[in-house]
Design a protein around this ligand. Structure first.
Ligand code: NAG
Ligand code: NAG
Ligand code: NAG
Ligand code: NAG
Length: 579
């Protein structure tokens, strides 16, 4: 029983890369007569956009027309968070609320009146994962979910946060996550010492996946307009999939990591999680760009494209998409069935499907241990460097070794029985050095992932991108379970090798799916969402976004199922706007 969940946890530990896309459209019913979302006026929203599904553009329109203010919007979102976060279904998606959110909303409302809107994100509330730094004076903590960093003083806003603020966004709060972005040990996805165990809004006690769990849950049910997640290996993609969202895992170097609690500079990246491709593209456009504080960003093309210019419904026409069947085979029957149907759909939209189009080095990838070697050695060095740059750390921890000791000393809060006791990855990372094996592994990672992997497949089959179920991240433990410590296995997926990835909703597990046991979360159950991934070479986000948009607009899969009813907040703008 426990073993199965441990395997599951292991799989999820390294899933952090997801890009999902959906949009709020005026569809009211699909052919099965299923009630869809977005039928605003008829459903008693008083003429306001339904906050469950409202797009950033919908909200911006209402703000521009003065139908409501950003203060109203913040109040409505805070009430929605209050309904489901620690009450009702206790989803535990939100860790902290920005104590200055209302004040900032008021200032942005005033600025809009005087000078007009700065752009599409002016006055729009965004939630950010708790490993992304927000300036300490504002009152929020940056802790990766751990008590060890509570009260620590970050030197400044993370660059992506500074960019969001410059675009006029309101940082509504910090989202719960798999603690330390799932790099502490074999711990269920969505748990942090500070935030507790977060759960899915689609399956009661369901696995929200991770590590950007709270960003996924909150965006899925309209606790906020959109969110930022971070990914080292699957942490945007996987929770976007589980929460019926669009996620973008940008190429390392498209978005700055400065001010983000690190795992590894070789793989960490920050990206949007949203209800539609359009919203995700809007947020990505705001956060992308070069940053002197993160040298990797200088590898990106000089000009950041406006990714919303990629949103063309006919974008799949004449495009060649490859199917890496060797990877697809790891998905379950229901997912493969839906995936096969999506290929038919994409053909109808004008794409040429090359099937199979396998990664030439798949077998090498499946047996390589270079990713774990790189991440384990990078983490200790980069985390210690991060901590050394903090202004003050009230708990006194100075490095990974101290955090390990802190967790033992505070086991009641951090190493909580029965499910959340492990810190094996910390222990193994603490033992590493950047030796020859490490440098060899760095070189091998690059080669296997890019030159001999994705790029080789794209070239060999003359492809614009690969398509596959988002699931592919969860390489079966049977194949990729390497002994990490005697008696335990840890799974490392193929995602780190991916250059850019855009995920959109693909389907939902059917009603007859057995509801798996909650240990403490359920890996599967009826209505559990799953996703479709568009995977491409470095800095191919613009293209991938266009493909994802064309597919999304033709299918509108997100709108086909809602969260379970207790997880759907009731507060709407009509309840807060003063008439
Ligand atoms: C940040 O942590 C401190 C404890 O160090 C706490 O007093 C404060 O309320 C936290 N901030 C928020 C917004 O929760
Ligand atoms: C999906 O398509 C592949 C390739 O055509 C086929 O081999 C497989 O049986 C299909 N699987 C399902 C579940 O439809
Ligand atoms: C760390 O290294 C020491 C010394 O080689 C060894 O005794 C210990 O078992 C190692 N611990 C882990 C968790 O690998
Ligand atoms: C905003 C919010 O509800 N934050 C809560 C997150 O979870 C912790 C632990 O249960 C609470 O202390 C916070 O109040």
């Amino acid at each position: 029983m426990l073993k199965q969940s441990l395997v599951r946890f292991a799989l999820l530990t390294f899933l952090s890369l997801y890009f999902g896309c959906i949009s709020a459209l005026q569809v009211t019913r699909d052919e099965d007569g299923v009630q869809l979302l977005g039928d605003r006026d008829a459903q008693g929203f008083g003429g306001f956009p339904d906050l469950y599904e409202a797009s950033i553009a919908d909200l911006q329109k209402g703000l521009q027309k003065r139908q409501f203010t950003s203060v109203d919007l913040v109040k409505a979102y805070l009430a929605r968070i209050d309904e489901v976060n620690l009450k009702g279904p206790t989803l535990r998606a939100v860790l902290e609320i920005n104590p200055n959110a209302l004040k900032q909303a008021k200032a942005l409302d005033l600025e809009r009146k005087r000078k007009g809107a700065r752009g599409p994100l002016h006055g729009i509330p965004i939630l950010v994962k708790d490993n992304i730094g927000t300036q300490h004076s504002e009152g929020m903590n940056t802790t990766a979910g751990s008590f060890a960093l509570l009260g620590s003083v970050v030197p400044r806003d993370a660059t992506v946060i500074a960019k969001l603020r410059a675009a006029g966004a309101i940082i509504l709060g910090k989202s719960n996550l798999s603690e330390w972005a799932n790099f502490r040990g074999m711990v269920p996805s969505g748990f942090s010492g500070r935030g507790g165990q977060s759960t899915s809004p689609y399956v009661p006690l369901g696995d929200p996946s991770g590590s950007s769990s709270g960003s996924g849950i909150a965006t899925a049910i309209g606790l906020v307009a959109a969110a930022l997640g971070s990914e080292t290996d699957g942490s945007i993609v996987s929770p976007s999939q589980n929460n019926n969202l669009v996620g973008i895992k940008p190429t390392v170097g498209l978005t700055s990591r400065a001010g983000v609690i690190p795992i590894s500079g070789h793989q960490d990246t920050v990206g949007p999680m949203a209800r539609s491709v359009t919203d995700a593209a809007t947020v990505l456009t705001a956060i992308a760009g070069r940053d002197p504080l993160d040298k990797a960003t200088f590898s990106q093309p000089r000009n950041v494209p406006d990714f919303t210019k990629a949103l063309k419904k006919n974008a799949l026409k004449g495009v060649r998409l490859g199917v890496p069947r060797g990877l697809v085979a790891f998905s379950t029957f229901d997912v493969i069935k839906a995936f096969n149907a999506s290929l038919v759909q994409m053909k109808k939209l004008g794409a040429t499907i090359v099937d199979p189009a396998d990664l030439p080095d798949l077998n090498e990838l499946l047996t390589s241990t270079s990713e774990q070697t790189v991440l384990l050695a990078d983490f200790k060095v980069e985390l210690n460097d991060y901590i050394s740059k903090l202004g003050k750390v009230p708990t006194g921890v100075k490095n990974l070794e101290d955090i390990i000791a802190f967790n033992i000393a505070n086991a009641d809060k951090e190493l909580v029985p029965p499910f959340w006791t492990d810190q094996t990855i910390f222990l193994v990372s603490q033992n590493t050095t950047r030796d020859k094996a490490y440098f060899d592994a760095v070189a091998e990672s690059k080669e296997l992932g890019r030159t001999k992997g994705i790029d080789a497949a794209l070239k060999l089959f003359k492809l614009d991108a690969l398509v596959l179920p988002t699931d592919f991240a969860a390489t079966p433990a049977a194949i990729a379970g390497y002994p990490l410590v005697t008696g335990q296995h840890h799974t490392f997926s193929l995602l780190p090798f991916v250059s850019s990835l855009v995920v959109v909703p693909l389907g939902f597990l059917p009603p007859e799916t057995p509801l798996s046991a909650a240990e403490p979360t359920r890996p599967a159950g009826p209505n559990m969402p799953f996703g479709l991934s568009f995977m491409g070479t470095a800095f191919s986000e613009f293209k991938l976004i266009s493909f994802a948009y064309a597919y999304e607009q033709a299918t509108l899969t997100r709108l086909k199922k809602r969260a379970f009813s207790a997880a759907v907040p009731k507060t709407q703008l009509k309840d807060v706007v003063r008439r």
